[in-house]
Write a protein that binds this ligand. Structure first.
Ligand code: DX5
Ligand code: ZN
Length: 218
């Protein structure tokens, strides 16, 4: 029995067919649907707003893992909570009062996530662990799918595991960017609980089978 979770990233799916894709994922071993929200400021790319997320929520039987790559995310927390996010994640680099933003996410009834970019040390989130349910370790620079995983990620995951071990808290650790069958087992071994996979799933011939392969590791 695998304990880890798989979250296919809709960023790599066909934007003209969300309903069909989500129905396919409903009938797969995917645990969550990863939704990348980009504003063209925090990252160069632009993707979905709360309206699109609400539509995804309507069709999905799986929890939505909403990853906000936007500046000053406090402005939109309520909208994405109402849209149906189960996990709502902000970037540590985008929040002036990170602890408050995470508290707010929980107040809105969502699980609170914090993401850190490849250059951000894990010490940046050491003092918010009391209000965090999910930590997203970015294994690529955010903005685009289909990039190569940064090798430093393994060390960072191991360091993060140790840091959390010293506390009474038990957030899930998710790794996001460049995940595939060549690195997934090592990422799990280094401490990841949740694997996001975009291109590896949706560029494959049979996404349902690819999800099954990722899920059957360990
Ligand atoms: C990158 C996004 C990722 C992306 C992952 O900015 O946060 O979630 O969709 O895609 P792949 O798996 O293709 O690297
Ligand atoms: Zn993401």
């Amino acid at each position: 029995m695998s304990k880890h979770l798989i979250a296919p990233s809709l960023l790599a799916s066909d934007f003209g067919n969300f309903q069909q894709t989500i129905e396919m994922l409903n009938n797969s071993e995917a645990d969550w649907l990863h939704v990348d929200v980009m504003d063209g400021l925090f990252v160069p790319n632009i993707t979905f707003g709360p309206g699109t997320v609400a539509m995804m929520h309507k069709h999905s039987q799986k929890p939505l893992d909403v990853h906000l790559m936007i500046v000053d995310p406090d402005r939109y927390l309520e909208d994405f909570a109402k849209a149906g996010a189960t996990y709502l994640t902000v970037h540590a680099e985008a929040c002036t009062h990170l602890h408050r933003s995470l508290q707010r996410i929980r107040e809105l009834g969502c699980k609170a996530g914090v993401a850190i970019n490849p250059h951000t040390p894990i010490s940046a989130i050491e003092n918010v662990l009391d209000v965090v349910d999910l930590i997203i370790v970015m294994s690529v620079n955010p903005g685009f799918g289909g990039q190569k995983l940064i090798q430093q990620t393994y060390k960072k995951l191991r360091q993060l595991r140790l840091m959390i071990h010293e506390t009474p808290y038990n957030p899930l650790i998710e790794v996001d960017g460049g995940v595939n069958m060549d690195n997934a087992a090592e990422l799990l071994e280094a401490g990841a609980d949740v694997l996001v996979a975009g291109n590896f799933v949706f560029s494959s011939e049979n996404p349902v089978h690819t999800i099954e392969q990722l899920k059957s590791l360990q």
